[in-house]
Design a protein around this ligand. Structure first.
Ligand code: HEC
Length: 129
């Protein structure tokens, strides 16, 4: 695990440097980044579509917007293999980052961040100005 933390360090520095999101609340920006990264590592987009906006499986953005948190946790951890959703309870990364994954998707649903990497969104917002 410490190796993982070490490789994350430059990434976190990058998030902190991204002023828009980072300056407002660096901890929040880091959480979003971790959630995004976990979704990428687990390749949830393989079924839930590009930017997790739905494909063979429903949009995760719509899911966190419209349903209670408990429902999200139950789907992610237990899944429903009969309907094509694997359970991720045995995946330490998903269990450890469940809050961060949820926070990232909720920020997307609320329009607080754009699709893709949160730090990248902060940087492009800067360029837009
Ligand atoms: C192999 C394809 C597949 C992968 C990979 C996958 N899912 Fe799913 N997921 C599904 C399917 C299919 C459903 C819908 C099942 C149904 O409603 O019939 C679903 C449903 C869900 C739901 C409930 C959606 C709703 O509100 O109805 C959530 C939340 C969810 N998945 C999260 C995730 C997350 C997070 C990951 C990655 C850690 C992931 N899924 C990876 C196929 C997948």
């Amino acid at each position: 695990m410490s190796g993982r933390v070490a490789t994350m360090a430059p990434l976190l520095a990058l998030v902190l440097a991204a002023s828009d999101v980072g300056a407002a609340d660096p901890d929040q920006a880091i959480e979003w980044e971790r959630g995004w990264s976990a979704l990428r590592t687990m390749d949830c987009a393989r079924c839930h579509g590009r930017d997790h906006e739905g494909w063979a499986a429903p949009s995760l953005i719509a899911s966190v917007r419209d349903a209670p948190r408990e429902r999200f946790d139950r789907w992610v951890l237990d899944g429903d293999i009969g309907r094509g959703m694997p359970g991720y309870r045995s995946q330490p990364l998903v269990v450890a980052e469940l809050n961060a994954i949820y926070a990232y998707l909720l920020a997307r649903a609320r329009g607080e961040i754009r699709a893709g990497r949160p730090s990248g969104a902060a940087r492009s917002a800067e360029v837009d100005r």
